[in-house]
Write a protein that binds this ligand. Structure first.
Ligand code: CP
Length: 296
């Protein structure tokens, strides 16, 4: 059976914990060159820095040959469809596909593709590799999930990261809260005022305002947003002693988070990026590794 990784809802909690376990061994230096001879194509139809090049590094560490597709210089420009583009790479003989698209659940169009697809983000719906690296980073710091309080602050409605994280974090026994401007909230978790919640949180996760995803409702200037909802050093001082700061990035410095907080002691923002390589190695091994099932 083809082992896609399209959304974390498709995976049991045990399967997710196994991915984290394999990612830990990847971080310890295991599985280098274990997929030598295989070819993967990274198809990014939407801009990306971290996810794209983190998959790229993960694939290189596993010894794979990597094709990085650019839609801007492809036959998409001549009217070729999304499906035909993906089907072309399957026909060329690649072993797996990493795909990001602005289309919600784009993979519903790809039922006929028989090689593994790893979802690198679809519209406002799912971002499984981001959530895996987020929970990996949380587990690395705390060593457990149950009972941890997290607030995700910002543009919840348009955030595939928030939606994917809330589902898996609830499943892992964490207490999830959302905060930020009311106009950007949905019903995905309990709302808490930012100022009220910050003192009791173990994790404060800030999100970028996604201007590219239509924000006619955003009435605040960047300065006003920063003043009201930005994580500045005064707010960091109110946080619990062992608490951490996260952000999926890209970051708009001095809007949702101030410069001085980006690399402060509590910040795990660049650790998240580092860990992204190892969870993506684990995801690829799950789809293509011969011995993955026998790891316990
Ligand atoms: N966090 C994240 O998905 O970043 P990119 O858009 O740069 O891949």
């Amino acid at each position: 059976m083809t082992k896609n990784c399209l959304k974390l809802k498709d995976l049991t909690t045990e399967e997710i914990m196994k991915l984290l376990k394999v990612a830990i061994t990847c971080k310890q230096g295991q599985y280098i060159d274990s997929l030598k001879g295989m070819i993967v194509a990274n198809l990014f139809f939407e801009p990306s820095t971290r996810t794209h090049y983190s998959f790229n590094v993960a694939e290189e560490k596993l010894g794979m040959k990597v094709i990085n597709f650019s839609s801007a210089s492809s036959s998409i420009k001549k009217g070729e469809s999304f499906y035909d583009t993906v089907k072309t790479f399957e026909s060329l003989g690649v072993n797996a596909l990493v795909i990001r698209s602005e289309i919600n659940e784009y993979y519903n169009q790809l039922d006929k593709i028989k090689i593994p697809i790893l979802n690198a983000g679809d519209g406002v719906k799912n971002h499984p590799s981001q959530s895996l690296l987020d929970i990996y980073t949380i587990y690395e710091h705390f060593g457990y999930f149950k009972g941890l309080n997290i607030v995700i602050v910002g543009d919840i409605e348009h955030s595939r990261v928030a939606h994917t994280n809330i589902e898996i974090m609830n499943r892992l026994g964490m207490n999830t809260y959302i905060s930020g401007p009311k106009v950007f909230q949905d019903n995905s978790a309990k709302f808490i005022e930012f100022e009220d919640g910050i003192e009791k949180m173990d994790i404060v996760m800030m999100l970028r305002i996604q201007h590219e995803r239509h924000h006619e409702n955003m009435k605040l200037s960047q300065e006003e947003y920063h003043q009201k909802y930005g994580l500045n050093i005064d707010r960091v001082k109110k946080m619990k002693e062992n608490s951490i700061i996260m952000h999926p990035a890209p970051v708009n410095r001095n809007v949702e988070i101030s410069d001085e907080v980006m690399e402060c002691d509590k910040s795990k923002i660049f650790t998240q990026m580092e860990n992204g390589v190892y969870v993506r190695m684990a995801m690829i091994l799950r789809s293509l590794g011969e011995n993955y099932d026998s790891i316990n």
